[in-house]
Design a protein around this ligand. Structure first.
Ligand SMILES: [Mg+2]
Length: 370
């Protein structure tokens, strides 16, 4: 089998009203998604998404005419490109989609087949007043969620604590609570000072009183010593690694035993094959692997395939923060919006490959030229 064509398709969904995520300096008025299609000479078509793929056109000649099943080789080529340009992991997802179709198996089975459904946490993204956050938490609970993640603004820790305390008081033990400080990376142009270790330690100790499930990205992402110290002193689980730029960054955390929960996003960090490698290392060290998945529906499917394959968990990120961030927005180019069952689990599609069915009307409607 040979790769015959690689095509990028750029979509732009207007967001009315705009959505203001905690990590964005301004509210977002549109949501961009790039689909990468890989066509083979045998008529198979794979698709991946989850990052911009800007500039990937300059590198497609490295793959055209080659066998899509040579995944190890292609991952190493993508890593060589990553050094010079950008992370193009949605292309790897498209290759896995083809491999799954060729094998007649879901990608999650190719990745180990441990689970076919994942308990999720509702990953909220906006910063709300405490009373509004409690209302959302109650609604999420009514919808079947048994865990949720709350973003906290590092310059308004007291307000964040009030939200977390409010949710704990309203829902008691019926809701696990994760907390994300998003200190590991920055959006372009954001040079806000980070929390130092002392402030993170004080915050972590308050979270411990509230029985928080994990604290995510409390410090700059390379600070293995700080994470290790926080982990041993706070009594809290510490999570991180979602935007690691290479495998060695995650190996440094494993060497320092600085995280309880390893979260490399298969589309935004190290790719699917390497995320699986990190998952295995985490598991043999009795640590958790559960990837970040906040991109779009296809990015979520790729991460879910890795996580279900290796038995990741105990909770999988389900980006969901209505009314700002809904399944209709997140999965706007998919026919079937990804939802949870009555037990609060995401069931993986049992179709071969990644299992996405694209909505051709939505693709036509939201197509962006250039
Ligand atoms: Mg995070």
């Amino acid at each position: 089998m040979k790769i015959r064509a690689i095509t990028l398709e750029r979509l732009r969904l207007p967001l009315e009203p705009a959505f203001h995520a905690a990590w964005d300096p301004q509210p977002r008025e549109y949501f961009d998604a790039t689909l990468v299609f890989v066509d083979t000479d045998e008529g198979l078509r794979g698709v991946g998404s989850g990052d911009t793929m800007d500039g990937f056109e300059n590198f497609t000649s490295l793959f055209l005419g080659s066998d899509p099943l040579r995944i190890q080789h292609h991952v190493e080529v993508l890593e060589s490109i990553n050094f010079h340009a950008a992370r193009y992991w949605p292309f790897e997802a498209a290759l896995w989609d083809i491999i799954g179709q060729a094998a007649g198996l879901p990608v999650s089975v190719l990745f180990g087949g441990t689970l076919d459904r994942l308990p999720v946490y509702a990953s909220t993204g906006s910063l709300l007043e405490p009373s509004a956050r409690v209302e959302v938490a109650q609604r999420l609970h009514d919808e079947g969620f048994r865990a949720m993640k709350i973003r906290v603004d590092p310059v308004a820790l007291d307000q964040g604590l009030a939200s977390i305390r409010g949710v704990r008081e309203a829902l008691g033990a019926q809701m696990e609570i994760m907390v994300d400080l998003n200190q590991g990376w920055r959006m372009p142009g954001d040079v806000t000072p980070r929390l130092d270790l002392r402030a993170a330690r004080r915050f972590a100790s308050a979270l411990n009183e509230l029985d928080v499930f994990w604290l995510e990205e409390p410090l700059e992402r390379h600070d293995t010593a700080g994470h290790a110290s926080l982990r041993t002193q706070s009594g809290l689980r510490i999570a991180g690694g979602e935007m690691a730029r290479d495998v060695n960054e995650l190996l440094a955390h494993l060497d320092a035993d600085s995280l309880d929960v390893y979260q490399p996003d298969a589309m935004l960090a190290v790719g699917m094959l390497r995320a699986r490698f990190i998952a295995e290392l985490s598991h043999v060290k009795n640590r958790w692997f559960t990837p970040h998945s906040w991109t779009n529906g296809l990015g979520l499917l790729a991460n879910a395939a890795v996580s279900a394959g290796v038995g990741g968990g105990p909770f999988f990120e389900f980006p969901y923060d209505p009314p700002g961030w809904t399944t209709e927005r997140r999965d706007f180019f998919l026919v079937d919006k990804l939802t949870i069952d009555d037990d609060g689990y995401f069931n993986l599609p049992d179709r071969p490959g990644l299992g996405a069915i694209l909505d051709d009307d939505a693709r036509r409607r939201w197509r962006r030229e250039g």
